[in-house]
Design a binder for this molecule. Structure first.
Ligand code: UDP
Length: 331
């Protein structure tokens, strides 16, 4: 029987793709998800256990029954705007919930942990390319909650020998090229799915949030990574843990392409790929948006042997468009 891995948030966008990659790598992903933002239809690659991270008894029961060899932790609240309005939700739903998970994990003797963090832990750094050593000064409760979880993992490394691989990244895009899973949020706030909705008339014109930024075309610049490449890195991190190459504490990897795309560049690529016009309106800046966020991944390439294959903008939009036309989940 193949080794099991508990995947929190396995019914969500990135978690469901991670389950597919884990299965392909010979593991059995056990999805633990509350379905508050996830989709049961996205759980296709291993057992499903519905549950909340705050429910310690349920976690204990699931861990005891499946006896996973590691935990991969994706489940989180992740909307910056909401985090600004309701920080308590993030400190409870991300930090307190992760503490419960970590304690339950250690209680059954699991020491290997993969954590999906974020470059939002860095805050604004005037457009420099971020790396693992960039100081973390988060601007909102979302970034602060993820940094706090990293700190907890470090502390439990020192006290209990927990070994964690932590990934920090920003914009994830694209979908499983085989169309089994894809991106589907409700409400949708992410640029590429909103563009595709505007293209096929599922909603009105895309509003560009700010056209007066100090960038070549006046719109914000972000680093986009294909979801399949991103989850490959998570599997490589897990393998590194299982090979005993990670010591107690946290080992951090940034995942980016080092290349930024402006909002207008993403729109242009979407026009190309879909061969249809993208209706747009130019709107005001969105509160909390940084001008330029780009991260490198030299360490992930050198240490993990990570090789992103699909993270060109054309490929990401192509895969997202295919999913958009054929996929989606229904409540
Ligand atoms: N954006 C936009 N219009 C939208 C949604 C997003 O102009 O309707 C911009 C946003 O300001 C940012 C980029 O697209 O510069 C990516 O935003 P998204 O919400 O996808 O990801 P984030 O960078 O916030 O994690």
């Amino acid at each position: 029987m193949s080794d099991r891995v508990l995947v929190t948030g396995g019914a969500g966008y990135i978690g469901s793709h991670a389950c597919k990659a884990l299965k392909a790598a010979g593991f059995t992903p056990v999805t633990y998800d509350s379905l508050v933002t996830g989709w049961q239809e996205a759980v296709k690659f291993g057992p499903f256990e519905q549950g909340d991270l705050m429910d310690r008894a349920r976690l204990d029961e699931v861990l005891a029954r499946h006896r996973p060899v590691a935990v991969m932790h994706f489940a989180a609240l992740s909307q910056v705007g909401e985090a600004m309005r309701e920080p308590g939700k993030y400190w409870r739903g991300n930090v307190a919930a992760s503490l419960t998970l970590i304690e339950a994990t250690l209680a059954v003797g699991i020491k290997d942990f993969v954590f999906s963090s974020t470059c939002a832990t860095y805050g604004d750094h005037d457009g420099v390319v971020l790396d693992e050593n960039t100081p973390q000064n988060p601007l909102n409760a979302y970034g602060a909650s993820k940094r706090a979880i990293e700190d907890m993992l470090k502390d439990f490394g020192a006290s209990d020998g927990l070994r964690s691989v932590v990934f920090r990244y920003f914009n994830v895009a694209g979908a499983d090229p085989e169309g089994e899973v894809g991106e589907f949020h409700q409400p949708e706030t992410h640029l590429i799915p909103l563009i595709l909705d505007a293209v096929d008339g599922k909603r009105g014109a895309l509003t560009i949030f700010g056209t007066d930024y100090p960038t070549p075309d006046g719109t914000c610049i972000r680093d986009y990574v294909h979801v399949m490449d991103l989850v490959d890195a998570h599997v490589l991190g897990l393998k590194r843990l299982k090979e005993g190459k990670v010591g107690a504490g946290i080992e951090v990897f940034c995942l980016g392409t080092g290349n930024g795309f402006s909002v207008r560049e993403v729109i242009n690529e979407s026009r190309h790929v879909t061969n249809r016009p993208v209706p747009i309106t130019e709107g005001a800046r969105r509160e909390g948006d940084a001008v330029k966020l780009v991260s490198g991944s030299e360490k992930a390439v050198a240490v993990l042997g990570w090789e992103p294959h699909r993270s060109t903008m054309a490929q990401m939009v192509t895969d997202a468009w295919r999913w958009h036309q054929n996929g989606g989940y229904a409540r």
